[in-house]
Design a protein around this ligand. Structure first.
Ligand code: UGA
Length: 444
């Protein structure tokens, strides 16, 4: 059993806290948001994430997981202090470190015995040094001779599978220059390493870059496939066949080569941009990353272009049924979601939207409020009523095998705009609907 404190109860902080408590550690989660802390104490989870609520409740009831706004006792309690607060993009796309450094300062003000300070937030290369400095400045200000180490331990969880990813990580990256700190983390992560050692130990800067490199690589795969899709539809090829054709090469693999309406979420768009900014600040122009981003930006306009083409540009007064609002299935997260770009483009030309999402309706309402050109529907079939066409933006399992005859009957101008290539064009067309996919042998 180890004593752990985690600053930040967002996705990463809360999931990490719950999983470390599940392994028998005593975890205290600190957040400055009093209302959120109160809700968490009552077992109310502010986000939709499969399995998270039960693991939080179980460990809270078991006395292994506490929530507080009071930093001082939480720091005094800890052998390991995680920093898992947000790093939102600055105006120029670089990561804003003010929250990370503020927590580092707080740690320095209250630390009174050796602890390992762990950066879990996705932070630019060099942040471990800045955190070390911020802690040291505060310790020096109160003449405290307390030893500490700073470690970079980036998180690789996926929204929608976060608890599972955290309990069964592919790898545990530990960037540290102190053997004492590595020993502490080895002890903390021992339960995750039982079958084979997943810990990869390296220096702090390499660990920080590993996180960005992983996300940038995945984003690159997606933008690459979207580029192939755009070529496919011009040359009259089907990207879905091309995808299967190349995925069979184990060096390429089937994962993360699904073309679609662009990638969203809180990580890829932000991290690709931040890495590009970091490179720029060191005098290197990361041209590939710039292209990955540009392709994605363009891809997010794709569904709107297809719909506009279908209506010969006359979209005013038309109603579009939209299935899927979240940036991907199994989450209610709308950050950088492709649905937002599509809805906003449709509204800007006077079209209306009837939208359904299994989880993200509340979040959509929070973002856009009540407006005449948006109806949030309780069921997928409700969204079709009174709509002209259907656009599918998120690949929720519930959308995979719909009743095409019913869709055709409900729509005024039967057509499906399949932003995730969920359907076979022939099946949709046989049911009497026009089909538009991403890169499926159809040229605009
Ligand atoms: C991503 C990474 O996958 C995680 O490994 C990483 O830990 C996390 O960022 C992070 O940095 O915290 P996440 O943002 O939750 O996780 O979502 P993904 O499952 O990676 O999906 C991202 C976007 O790419 C979605 O919009 C999805 O629809 C899109 N996507 C994914 C495609 O368009 N095609 C694909 O083949 C795969």
């Amino acid at each position: 059993m180890m004593k752990v404190t985690i600053f930040g109860t967002g996705y990463v902080g809360l999931v990490t806290g719950a999983c470390l408590a599940e392994m028998g550690n005593h975890v205290v989660c600190v957040d400055i948001d009093t209302a959120k802390v109160e809700r968490l104490k009552r077992g109310e989870i502010p986000i939709f994430e499969p399995g998270l609520e039960s693991i939080v409740r179980r460990n809270h009831a078991g006395g292994r997981l506490d929530f507080t706004t009071d930093a001082a006792p939480a720091i005094a309690h800890a052998e390991v202090v995680f920093i898992a607060v947000g790093t939102p993009p600055d105006e120029d796309g670089s990561a804003d470190l003010q929250y990370v450094l503020a927590v580092a300062g707080t740690i320095g003000r209250h630390l009174d015995r050796y602890a390992v300070v762990v950066n879990k937030s996705t932070v630019p290369v060099g942040t471990a040094d800045r955190v070390r400095e911020a802690v040291a400045v505060e310790l020096a200000a109160r003449h405290a001779a307390v030893e500490f180490d700073v470690v970079s331990n980036p998180e690789f969880l996926k929204e929608g599978a976060a608890v599972d990813d955290c309990l069964r990580p592919d790898r545990i990256i530990v960037g540290a220059s102190s053997t004492r700190a590595v020993a502490v983390l080895r002890k903390l992560y021992a339960p995750f390493n039982r079958n084979h050692d997943r810990m990869v130990v390296m220096d702090e800067r390499s660990a920080e870059l590993t996180k960005y490199a992983a996300n940038a690589m995945l984003a690159t795969k997606i933008s690459f496939m979207n580029e192939i899709a755009n070529i496919a539809e011009r040359v009259g090829a089907d990207v879905e066949l091309v995808r299967q054709g190349i995925g069979s090469d184990p060096r390429i693999g089937y994962h993360f080569i699904y073309p679609g309406a662009g990638y969203g979420g809180s990580c890829f768009p932000k991290d690709v941009q931040a890495l590009e900014r970091t490179a720029h600040s060191y005098g290197y122009e990361a041209r590939l990353l710039g292209a990955v981003e540009a392709v994605n930006r363009q891809q997010k306009t794709k569904l709107f272009e297809l719909i506009s083409y279908h209506f010969n540009g006359a979209l005013a007064g038309k109603t579009i049924a939209l299935w899927g609002l979240a940036f991907k299935p199994n989450t209610d997260d709308m950050r950088e979601a492709s649905s937002r770009q599509l809805m906003e483009a449709l509204w800007s030309v006077g079209a209306k939207v009837r939208a359904f999402d299994p989880e993200a309706r509340e979040e959509t309402h929070r973002l856009y409020g009540d407006r005449d050109d948006l109806v949030l529907c309780e069921h997928a079939s409700d969204a079709l009523h009174g709509a002209d066409v259907l656009a599918v933006v998120t690949e929720w399992k519930a959308f995979r095998s719909p009743d095409f005859a019913a869709i055709r009957a409900a729509l005024a101008k039967p057509a499906i705009f399949d932003g995730r290539n969920l359907y076979e064009p022939a099946t949709v067309e046989e049911a009497g609907l026009a089909y538009y996919g991403i890169g499926r042998g159809r040229s605009l």
